[in-house]
Design a protein around this ligand. Sequence first.
Ligand SMILES: CC(C)(COP(=O)(O)OP(=O)(O)OC[C@H]1O[C@@H](n2cnc3c(N)ncnc32)[C@H](O)[C@@H]1OP(=O)(O)O)[C@@H](O)C(=O)NCCC(=O)NCCS
Length: 189
Amino acid sequence: MIAEQSLTTYRNLITLKDGARVLLRLLTPEDRQRLIDLFAPVSSDDAKYLRNKVSNEGMVGQWVDDMNYSRVLPLVAVVQDRIVGDATLHFGEGPRRHVGEVRIFLTKDFRRRGLGSHMLRALIDLARKNGLHQLSAEIVAEQTKVIKAFQNVGFKVQCTYEDYFMFPDGDTADVVVLALKLISREEEF
Ligand SMILES: CC(C)(COP(=O)(O)OP(=O)(O)OC[C@H]1O[C@@H](n2cnc3c(N)ncnc32)[C@H](O)[C@@H]1OP(=O)(O)O)[C@@H](O)C(=O)NCCC(=O)NCCS
């Protein structure tokens, strides 16, 4: 586990292909409203693919209030005091304690500019430094572009769970499971 101190001081200033400067850092308690503002305008198109009802301000606020870096490591992208992206690393427990699950969400005007790839790479780096052996991600199969974004940074498709995701209207969709090995099998044993 990385020391709490070095996590709170984690800073990664990146420049996107179009010249925009974005600060990657960890979410802090002071970001409560900023995180609510990131998720509040989510479109119904996006919302249907998300696991949580992120337009619920109380729930998003609770994420910040209950923040615990040893359970979930939340990396945010900040531009001029606004959070434009949130990528989280969810640590497994017990027999899954060597695995981290990755989730990511960017505001619409910061998509397709390379930010998602930067954030995924930064999260992979943090996962390595935390001693994790592998990362996983579960994405609704029809979100082929999102799957591509994960594959671009090294994730590989493992399997598909049929009808594993239920949309708000009750329809179901397949879910693709992706994984990224951070160490090889020889290193594990
Ligand atoms: C998925 C997401 C994180 C990708 O981040 P991004 O910054 O838009 O992606 P990047 O600009 O870094 O592009 C990475 C790759 O993703 C793929 N991609 C992403 N969006 C795409 C689109 N609209 N059209 C085509 N390709 C796309 C491409 O392969 C792209 O690589 P390329 O630019 O070399 O072609 C972002 O679009 C997002 O937050 N989407 C909504 C939330 C979501 O679905 N999250 C996933 C749940 S785990």
